[in-house]
Design a binder for this molecule. Sequence first.
Ligand code: MLT
Length: 329
Amino acid sequence: MPPFARHTALVVSVLTGIFLRGAEAQTFPTRPITLVVPFAAGGPSDTIARLIAQSMSKTLNGSVVIENVAGAGGTLGAARVSKAETDGHTLLIHHVALPAGASLYKNLSYDTATAFEMLGLINAGPMVLLARKNDPAADAPALLARLRGQGGDAMKSTLAHAGVGSNSHLCGLLLSRALKVSFTQVAYRGTGPAMNDLVSGQVDLLCDQSTTAVPQVSSGTVKGFAVTSGKRLGVLKELPTLIEAGLSGFEFTIWHGLYAPAGTPQPVIEALNRALGVALADAQISARFADVGTNSYPEAERTPEAHRALFQREMTVWKEVITATSEDK
Ligand code: MLT
């Protein structure tokens, strides 16, 4: 092929590509979008997903339907989305457990670092250390002293969590390490069902995200002891931070992000990021977030690039934490 013909062919194919990609964005979505929540209904990830799905449905002029694919600390839902069609109709909401899971699970069916497109960060907030409502400890220092005092015998206390690698499990891992104790762990498919068992007194402890912890503490169905943020939480200001309660340096912030399978076209990624931005700019959603002690990411920090940078940092951080603990899957 003469050089000019090669050049023309290249220009035509680039233009065709641009046209098709533009057309893809214009016609997206062509059917209901499935938003996979990798934990049980009623938990914090499910709550956040349902809040943003309503608004995104309106913006995208389609419907965003929640599917709970729970189990194995959120890795089953992630696996489902990693293998979905790359057309933007199957999305994943996930949190810190996605990058942390890369170090906790040795046989994942997806490569965490490359399997997903980042569509943007959603919210960030702390966790709350909770116990049964009739726990005898008067405050966080007393609870921590009792657990510490159990030493090798802390196995007496049951700690509920949402599966290996979930936030509630990671929070428990950090707590065990800080107190030098191990708990009897009880794994659930999400903190929704774990919370039900804490409310009915079948387990002793749960570290849950503020999203679902705040309403339970406020209504007195469980006892809140401390928050994992560096500062007290406005909506639970009577609770100290774990640092104030004596666990120096104990800080753990949870963030959620939105994902699509790797290979999703750029215009579709941009359309989904824009729709997420509209949801997070909605005053009603911000107010609902504020009521439960979580914050949406500001516009400049919810770009796909910022999301990828945080994701990569968290993969490194959790690899170090998990290597430093003997606990492994
Ligand atoms: C859930 O929605 O159940 C949680 O996000 C689980 C967790 O990571 O603790």
